[in-house]
Design a binder for this molecule. Sequence first.
Ligand SMILES: Nc1ncnc2c1ncn2[C@@H]1O[C@H](COP(=O)(O)OP(=O)(O)O)[C@@H](O)[C@H]1O
Ligand SMILES: [Mg+2]
Length: 256
Amino acid sequence: MAYTIAIAGKGGTGKTTLAGLLVDYLVKQKATPILVVDADANSNLNEVLGVKVDMTLGDLRETIVGSEFQDVNPIPASMSKQDYVSAHFSRTLIEESGYDLIVMGRTQGKGCYCFVNDLLTNQINRYAGSYRYLVVDNEAGMEHISRGTLPSVDLVLLVSDSSRRGIQAAARIKDLVNELALAPRAMKLIVNRAPGDELDPGTVEEIEAHDFDVAGIVPNDSLIYEYDCQGRPTVQLPEDSKARIAFESIMSGIIT
Ligand SMILES: Nc1ncnc2c1ncn2[C@@H]1O[C@H](COP(=O)(O)OP(=O)(O)O)[C@@H](O)[C@H]1O
Ligand SMILES: [Mg+2]
């Protein structure tokens, strides 16, 4: 089974940025093939990776759920929904060098999605087995993981900003993960966008109060922000970008 890494944290803390850098790092380490799952409804991991998305899993789901209400049913009469999912699932996989990307797209509209969700869950789990790593960029509430759409998790990387309240928010997500009975083998905190090398003593106190396993600190890097504003993929950051160096050094201590 693939080693599954889920990235979690409050919105805006840098989950998607670090998910992109993680994929890039694993590819460089030849820890491939990787299945990258963008499980956030407001998905933009593809932009961080510089990949174009034509079809999301959400699009496929809408086609199937909406099929009965359309003048021309896109699903041939001779085909079951199951067959249709099997035939079209691979279209939602975007093949890149070293990894495939799948975008969950937006979550449900009206209608009953349980049946289709189950079909998609089966497909994802069937595919997941043939990868070495699974990297999942999550929504703050970890919806897909909590609903069981995604396979079980080996490592949760919790991302927080360097503020005291940020750490408190990360602690709530840590509690949520524990309540969901995800039982990840490890859960580690990454403090992102730190203003300097040392954290404020107040932040450190909060980290200790919540008994976090700290993986490391990624500094605020104006280049990341510049690339973002210019619409350039984050993975194109130079190798000596300080955030990239810090993050890769953290990951090299976790993935050996
Ligand atoms: N280490 C960093 N230094 C500077 N800017 C960062 C850093 N990490 C993330 N950002 C910026 O912060 C914003 C939010 O990051 P993003 O990865 O989209 O967060 P999330 O996925 O958690 O919502 C983006 O504009 C991103 O470019
Ligand atoms: Mg994001």
